[in-house]
Design a binder for this molecule. Structure first.
Ligand code: CAA
Ligand code: NAD
Length: 303
């Protein structure tokens, strides 16, 4: 009897309800992928306008995915779209949004204090067993986790843009993340049909640690007058097999995001200063409100 009971318990422990905080570019993508793969998801943001924008992001992306997966089958496309939406709820109240979650994934603005404030509040209202995860690009997971009293149930879960397309998720373990938490997260990522990799809580984890210095050096190369933006993009696509050139990718990630990552790391001092040296053209674009693709202009123009 006790054997049966324990196996039922472990089944019941599997994550079923997920709450995603932030319905922006990343949050909406995470909601979509979770819902598409059978999780019940609550999407939480500060107001209805942001929620509606998140729903639009999901709608556009889901149509693309349905068309790709079921090319000439309109009924199957419709069924995928409907079943995904049937798994999604929304809420503008963070307490209600968190109540039934087994896993909370945070994808709000990249600001340590804001993230800590949110997690401190959620720690009080979420289920005691709920796992907390942050999608931060550049902040130490252990600094965010400090706001809570569930250090063993706190980890990084770093998705990539565009979430429905990019296969990778980095799982970041702090010194305090338990093996049980890691195993649950690994299980969730496999159910989302993504490929997990594991990484320590170091600046940029794996991908951004390598990608961001590369993007910054591309900007400095052009600033030194060694080649044009267009030729650098062409070179890396045709000569190094990159799907996007570095300037296309900077615009795609968001120049404000890129600048905030680099500025933060420079202040932090944990990474060799030459790798995160500032670039005037990046600073100037951000100062003028040109954040890349999302604002219509960055290193390239988008109409
Ligand atoms: N949902 C949302 N957007 C999608 C999508 C989906 N399911 N599928 C494609 N897209 C978007 C692309 O961004 C692009 O937008 P527009 O049509 O509006 O121009 C377009 O759709 C291109 O789609 P295609 O189908 O024509 O192209 P593709 O599928 O062959 O490749 C890509 C698109 C996967 C984005 C590819 O170009 C690529 O891999 N680029 C590199 C992306 C990358 O490196 N991402 C990581 C950034 S770093 C990061 O995310 C971490 C961080 O912390 C900053
Ligand atoms: P975004 O600006 O598109 O979306 C952030 C959303 O969070 C907004 O809708 C905002 O209203 C909402 N928000 C802010 N405070 C909130 C709160 N207290 N409760 C609920 N919602 C709140 O940002 P994004 O590009 O989706 O990035 C989100 C996170 O993901 C950041 O930590 C970022 O570093 C990380 N990230 C970004 C990328 C990228 O390429 N843009 C890739 C990987 C990870």
């Amino acid at each position: 009897l006790s054997h049966n009971f324990s196996s039922t318990t472990s089944n019941n422990n599997a994550v079923q309800n997920i709450a995603v905080f932030g319905s922006g570019l990343m949050g909406a993508g995470i909601v979509q992928v979770a819902a598409q793969n059978g999780f019940k998801v609550t999407m939480v943001d500060l107001n209805q306008e942001f929620i509606d924008r998140g729903k639009e992001i999901i709608n556009a992306s889901l149509k693309r995915v349905a068309k790709k997966q079921h090319k000439d089958d309109a009924a199957a496309q419709k069924s995928l779209i409907e079943s995904t939406w049937s798994n999604i709820e929304t809420n503008t109240d963070s307490v209600k949004g968190a109540e039934k979650a087994d896993l909370i994934i945070e994808a709000i603005v990249e600001n340590l204090q804001t993230k800590q404030n949110l997690f401190q509040q959620l720690d009080k209202v979420a289920k005691p067993d709920a796992i907390f995860a942050s999608n931060t690009s550049s902040l130490p997971i252990s600094d965010i986790a400090k706001a809570t009293r569930r250090l063993d149930k706190f980890a990084g879960l770093h998705f990539f843009n565009p979430v429905p397309q990019m296969k990778l998720v980095e799982i970041i373990k702090t010194n305090q993340t338990s093996e049980e938490t890691y195993n649950s997260l690994n299980d969730v990522i496999m159910k989302m049909k993504k490929a997990p990799v594991i990484c320590k809580d170091t600046p940029g984890f794996i991908v951004n640690r390598l990608l961001v210095p590369y993007l910054m050096e591309a900007i400095r190369l052009v600033e030194r007058g060694e080649a044009s933006i267009k030729d650098v993009d062409t070179a890396m696509k045709l000569g190094a097999g990159m799907p996007m050139g570095p300037f296309e990718l900077c615009d795609f990630v968001g120049l404000d995001t890129l600048k905030s990552i680099v500025d933060g790391w420079r202040k932090d001092g944990k990474i060799d200063a030459s790798l995160v040296a500032s670039a005037k053209s990046l600073d100037n674009l951000v100062e003028s409100g040109h954040f890349g693709k999302k604002s219509g202009k960055g290193f390239h123009s988008y109409s």
